[in-house]
Design a protein around this ligand. Sequence first.
Ligand SMILES: CC(C)(COP(=O)(O)OP(=O)(O)OC[C@H]1O[C@@H](n2cnc3c(N)ncnc32)[C@H](O)[C@@H]1OP(=O)(O)O)[C@@H](O)C(=O)NCCC(=O)NCCS
Length: 167
Amino acid sequence: MSAGPARGGPASVRIRGGRPEEAAAIARVMRAAVLGQRGRYPERLLAAWARLPALYHRWAMTAGGERYLVAVRGGRLIGYAAWRAGELTALFVRPAEAGRGLGAKLLARIEAEAVAGGARRLRMVAAPGVAAYYAARGWRRGRPVRSPLPGGGALPAVRMTKSGRKP
Ligand SMILES: CC(C)(COP(=O)(O)OP(=O)(O)OC[C@H]1O[C@@H](n2cnc3c(N)ncnc32)[C@H](O)[C@@H]1OP(=O)(O)O)[C@@H](O)C(=O)NCCC(=O)NCCS
């Protein structure tokens, strides 16, 4: 699985810490990824989910204490993930970049950071359409939960956990 052409190629992908001034670009990636889920969820839920403003990410990266990782290629932000206190809070990849292993790479990096930060049990609230993606990567489904959406309403979601210990 590869996140792009070989290192040094014109389109190599770099994963690094996100910065508050990248909040608008992060919001655009999230919006594109959410709207790329058309057909998996009712339209009104997607519209409400996609409304998370850049300000949220700016706040999360500063006062909110979340750690963001961004994937950048040729100066363009193409995916990101975030965590705080053992909880994965976001994983989004631009639809045009999907299926090349970038999501898996971001997820592995976030998990490794959270474990290195002392988490014994990793947690997240996963959207129903993506729970199988995490289950295939060692996460276990827990109880259902309703996740409030930035534009109103709530997404029926599921809590998921993963042991932070090495197998
Ligand atoms: C889910 C997501 C992060 C995956 O990123 P990605 O870079 O395309 O994933 P990878 O390349 O690592 O993995 C691709 C594999 O996962 C599978 N996959 C992708 N999305 C999936 C989903 N929603 N459910 C189950 N499997 C999925 C693909 O079919 C592919 O399978 P294969 O390797 O057998 O061919 C990305 O599609 C995304 O941003 N989705 C929308 C936003 C979202 O729901 N995020 C989670 C919020 S809780």
